[in-house]
Design a protein around this ligand. Structure first.
Ligand SMILES: [Fe+2]
Length: 384
């Protein structure tokens, strides 16, 4: 077999485990003197986590300004407004606290506050420099993996487009991954975000840019999700399950930071931009079909995922690959996870718009089996 050329770069310092949040003050102190704390308004405040984080920072003599305007599928406006406050207040470090929306908003704010303009100016690659303010990521859901990625996904309400700023300069300097913060996540959100992590791991594994490092990260992530996602949705207080999911999410983030994602996220980003659907639920619904679409090209590789689901390999790669798809469908059934796009409000009439929007995405180009306009249409029709 030919030697594969690849690169691996992951500069995030990860502090993982129960109670690691306590180290926030010390860790932030080394990065700046005044922090903008970026979070959502409701759940973090209700659970007392926002107050706790502010207290931890103040105890370490880090000044803190609260920006709690983050919404799901965060918009360019939310980011630009946060950046304005960061500049006005002279913040020199940005902390994201919450799910992917809060973390991605924090990354966008760190870029705009240091570069000027609007967040949308930086969509794509190569537009962000080392001027970017340092970022601290504190995930409170297990799915997005944003704490270990180099992307910030934002929504532009003017053209209904969801797209990503992608730059190594927006890797967080520090990620505090504390499963204690995830215990109160409701069952439905646990399932949605858990399926986002699973989609990241499987799509990174399928990507034409996968490499031996991303494969190891993806496979370990899939195993952990198979072991613990159903349990975490049924018993949120189960810290072992929460810990496994937190780890799976960060590992899957590391895998996509190297290999990217494929058609599930390509379609999912367009659906989310146009119809404002929950991200994890969207890519989760698409996942079994994305794998089966790619079977003719990469059945051998997919069959090797059987071990992640504790399935014996029979040596018949097509048969083993189908078993992988069945295992994922079984997990969906156990969690009452939706299986059709219509379950999240996508209708047949929306398909042309979605296809039009997604064909230029790198995620579509990363897919092992090529997808043209007609195939994309057929794919979505089969699952609507
Ligand atoms: Fe995702």
């Amino acid at each position: 077999m030919k030697v594969q050329n690849f690169k691996y770069y992951m500069p995030v310092k990860i502090f993982f485990g129960e109670g690691r949040l306590e180290e926030l003050g010390t860790l932030t102190k080394g990065l700046g003197e005044k922090a903008l704390l970026v979070t959502g308004r409701k759940s973090m405040r209700k659970l007392g986590i926002t107050d706790k984080v502010m207290k931890l920072l103040q105890e370490s003599f880090v000044k803190v300004v609260l920006y709690d305007e983050v919404t799901p599928n965060p918009t360019v406006e939310v980011v630009n407004e946060g950046a304005k406050i960061a500049v006005k207040e002279g913040c020199d470090v940005i902390i994201g606290l919450g799910g992917g929306s809060a973390l991605d908003s924090a990354k966008g704010i760190a870029v705009v506050a240091s570069h000027g303009g609007s967040a949308w100016d930086y969509i794509g690659e190569g537009k962000v420099t080392e001027k970017t303010l340092p970022i601290v990521a504190i995930p409170t859901t297990a799915g997005t993996g944003s704490e270990t990625t180099l992307v910030s996904v934002l929504t532009n309400k003017k053209n209904l487009r969801k797209d990503a700023i992608s730059s190594p300069y927006i890797f967080p300097r520090v990620a505090i991954v504390d499963p204690n913060l995830m215990k109160s996540m409701p069952s439905e959100l646990t399932a949605d975000t858990g399926f986002d992590a699973l989609a990241h791991a499987v799509e990174a594994y399928l990507s034409i840019n996968a490499n031996p490092f991303s494969d190891i990260l993806a496979m370990k992530s899939i195993s952990l999700i198979n072991d613990s996602l159903v349990e975490a949705t049924k018993n949120g207080e189960d810290l072992e399950a929460r810990g496994n999911m937190a780890l799976a999410s960060s590992l899957a983030g590391m895998a996509i930071a190297q290999a990217g994602v494929v058609a599930g996220h390509g379609f999912g980003m367009s659906i989310g931009g146009i119809l404002d659907t929950p991200h994890g639920r969207t890519v989760g619904i698409l996942l079994p079909s994305v794998i089966s679409y790619n079977l003719p090209e990469v059945s051998e590789r997919i069959s090797q995922l059987a071990s992640c689901f504790n399935l014996p390999a029979t040596g018949d790669s097509m048969n083993d690959a189908w078993k992988v798809i069945e295992a994922i469908k079984k997990m969906m059934k156990e969690m009452n996870f939706p299986t059709r796009l219509r379950d999240i409000g996508v209708g047949r009439k929306d398909i042309p718009k979605i296809v039009e929007d997604c064909m230029d995405r790198p995620d579509i180009a990363n897919n092992p089996k090529k997808i043209d306009y007609k195939e994309a249409q057929k794919f979505l029709e089969s699952i609507v």
